[in-house]
Design a protein around this ligand. Sequence first.
Ligand code: EPZ
Length: 425
Amino acid sequence: MERKFGMEKFVIRGGKPLCGVVDISGSKNAALPILAATLLTEGVVTLHNMPVLSDILIMCEILESLGCRVNFLGNDCIQIDTRNLNNQTVSYSLAGRLRGSFLVMGPLLAKTGYVSISMPGGCPIGARPIDLHVKGLTALGAEIVNTGGSIIARADTLKGTKIYLDFPSVGATENIMSAAVLAEGETVIENAAVEPEIVDLANFLQKMGAEIGGAGTDTVTIMGKTSLMPAKFSVISDRIEAGTYLALAAATGGQITVRNIFPDYVKPLTAKMTEMGIDLTVCKDSITVKSDGTHHAVDIKTLPFPGFPTDMQAQMTALLTVSSGTGIVTETIFENRFMHASELCRMGASIKVAGRSAVIEGKKALTGAKVKATDLRAGAAMVIAGLSARGDTEISDIYHIDRGYVGMEKKLQSLGAEIYRTKEN
Ligand code: EPZ
């Protein structure tokens, strides 16, 4: 991940309970595949509840580099005009900045028959191969080659087929779905990912006229069409942002209500927090955590949805550092997603990482220190730790956090947090 000019840091004074209401923004991981899928139609697509985050802005830059016009209409509304699509190559400078850039491959291939895209970037949390994406698109009839860091795919037509995913990959499911909607005949994706963001993408594709069944189950059936129509759509809210603020409330003590969420989407997390003895009130579209800052440790194992989400692992590891007892966290999805552990240990946490597991011995409190965000969710974990710790914490490299959290310091300040953003000296 390239270092940015004018690097910024958060300065935090921790140790006080937080109280208030947080309105959850649109989901980054729903918005990215949906932005890519706008390439499937010729016209103006209007998307609402879009989180204005650096990852979203990069995806919009990618669409513009392909000839699309992107208008930010305010109020989280983005309009994409794809009528002037005139390029099928995504440059390294753009694709290399975002894992989600690879989601352009399926729709662009299906729409134009050709796409060249450099290998994706993203968090250093693992190798993040694309073999399942390639397997699925190849099964649909694409001819795919890897030439010096770029993947080139060609297909005069795509033909529906049956595809079994060795792993329920979210991105591969999204890429294959977004290609199969313009293939000839029926495609069945077996062992598909069932995350809420898959359902949201399917709902958007159906709004454009696609015929999709089974989204949200492990078998997704798509009947290809010859063309899709422009549509208006509002993306779901971000279940990981919601979970982050719920974990924060438990770590600092106090009372935080997260609003605009579908509780079932955060069930794997709230079930685990209940197990920890944390007081949660679940309403139709909000959840409140009321905490005196005490809770007991539990074991956590990340799994594909509806298992415990890997994107909440770092935040919950931070919470476990100030729980009573010892908790074991096992990360089964990514091979290098404990980079926050060493940063938390700088604040006095007791964490021992061995392979895919971390053993966390809870302490009464952490102590503020100078730390860094090593990746998006690790950065969120450091914010949780800093706000619950005694004393002052500085978190550098917060560009990682800006990739996935809309206006984090403003939302935290509204809860009474002492946090501000400043230039790295
Ligand atoms: C999506 O990444 C999310 N990103 C990730 O969120 C999330 O952690 C992940 O799904 C799992 O839920 C976006 O939606 C933009 P995968 P993705 O393909 O699609 C292996 C965040 O913090 N795999 O389900 O890349 C892969 O190595 C980000 O918001 C293959 O082996 O995840 C990993 O071990 C981080 N071959 C596992 O599957 C492939 O072709 C899960 O990857 C593809 C994936």
